[in-house]
Design a protein around this ligand. Structure first.
Ligand SMILES: NC(=O)c1ccc[n+]([C@@H]2O[C@H](COP(=O)([O-])OP(=O)(O)OC[C@H]3O[C@@H](n4cnc5c(N)ncnc54)[C@H](OP(=O)(O)O)[C@@H]3O)[C@@H](O)[C@H]2O)c1
Length: 322
């Protein structure tokens, strides 16, 4: 790799995983209010799959394309989450210094499938950035920031109290695995829903009870729940999901992770860092793919049955700029 150049994954048009292309481009220069991040890991999240464009439900397709580009992505380097090291700072930066380990999301700017990206230190729809937890890897940090930000935002709507019964629908994914651990941290009794293959794993994360949505359709005779979180989103459903909407106590609350937009909130992510460093939450990593295998990584996530999340390792030693 030539001096001043970096590897980046381009999405030149919406379509299947094969549209993604690895290219060599100039390393960006941070403006006065930006940091240059040397990205060590990114992830393939459900959002990246939506953005690439192959399976956006019609309901979301029109508003998302107004933001992201009508016929092709306005910002062709995609990738929503990052972890890495601050390489350089603009003169107005106050919260971070070169060498700091950080993690965050790039919002509508995307650009995390690259060796470097620039981001503002203040929260906006163009991203948020926080100090990375010291006790997890760069790859785990990308799972944490995506799933953790979703879980803290949407479980926060439940005002969950110690001893309450909560129900996590879709507990085996990036958000679900964090939701189960966060529920236990709050002192709740947690019922987790997944397919049978992930049942023992969810018990190992602390779930008090596990229900297989592929073999159970009703909650007849079950206790009522104080809080239900749909952690997989509205596009995935089952008879059991319909049943859990009615299995609430009189003051119980049902919240979908798709109710409204994800807030890019660095204070919330700072709270997540504290929880992770205290050992209350450990992000779950299914697989790590190198940046060069981004097409295979997207195809794997599209199969829809990963456990936890899928990270992308960005190896600066394999020819990229250091
Ligand atoms: N509000 C926002 O702005 C916002 C932003 C980003 C994402 N989201 C939402 O958050 C969702 C969750 O993302 P995520 O990455 O945490 O999930 P995920 O990791 O994609 O979830 C994967 C898991 O879903 C389970 N699953 C598949 N079909 C299911 C079904 N019919 N019923 C129950 N579980 C099923 C699979 O488990 P099994 O193998 O056990 O079946 C798999 O482990 C996204 O899909 C999106 O809808 C919302």
């Amino acid at each position: 790799m030539k001096e001043g150049k970096m590897k980046a994954v381009f999405c030149p048009k919406y379509g299947p995983a094969e549209v993604l292309e690895l290219r060599e481009i100039d390393i960006p220069t941070p403006k006065e209010n930006e940091l240059l991040i040397n990205i060590k890991a990114s992830a393939v999240t459900r959002s990246d799959i939506f953005i690439r464009g192959s399976d956006i439900p019609l309901l979301f397709r029109i508003p998302m394309r107004i933001y992201l580009g009508i016929l092709k992505p306005r910002r062709p380097i995609i990738g929503l989450v990052f972890s890495g090291i601050v390489k350089q700072i603009g003169k107005n930066i106050t919260r971070f210094a070169p060498g700091d380990e950080v993690y965050g999301m790039t919002g509508f700017n995307l650009g995390a499938y690259a060796e470097y990206t620039c981001i503002k230190e203040t929260d906006s729809t163009a991203g948020c950035i926080s100090r990375k937890p010291k006790n997890i890897s760069f790859e785990e940090a990308t799972m944490a920031v995506y799933g953790g930000a979703l879980v803290l935002q949407y479980m926060g709507k439940g005002n969950i109290q110690k001893g309450q019964r909560i129900f996590i629908y879709g507990a085996s994914g990036t958000s679900g695995t964090i939701a189960v651990q966060y529920g236990k941290h709050l002192g709740a009794e947690v019922t987790a829903v997944c397919s049978g293959r992930h049942a023992d794993f969810l018990r190992s994360l602390g779930a008090d009870r596990v229900i297989d949505y592929t073999t159970t359709d009703t909650l007849d005779g079950d206790p009522r729940y104080d809080f239900v979180l749909d952690a997989v989103g509205k596009a995935k459903t089952s008879k059991l999901k319909e049943a859990c909407k009615k299995a609430l106590t009189a003051n119980g609350k049902y919240v979908s992770i798709d109710d409204g937009a994800l807030q890019l909130d660095s204070q919330r992510v700072d709270g997540l860092t504290t929880l992770i460093e205290a050992g209350a939450i450990k992000p779950v990593l299914d697989k790590i793919f190198p940046l060069e295998e981004i097409v295979a990584a997207h195809k794997y996530v599209e199969e829809g049955h990963k456990r936890g999340g899928v990270a992308i390792r960005i190896d600066h030693e394999s020819g990229g700029a250091r």
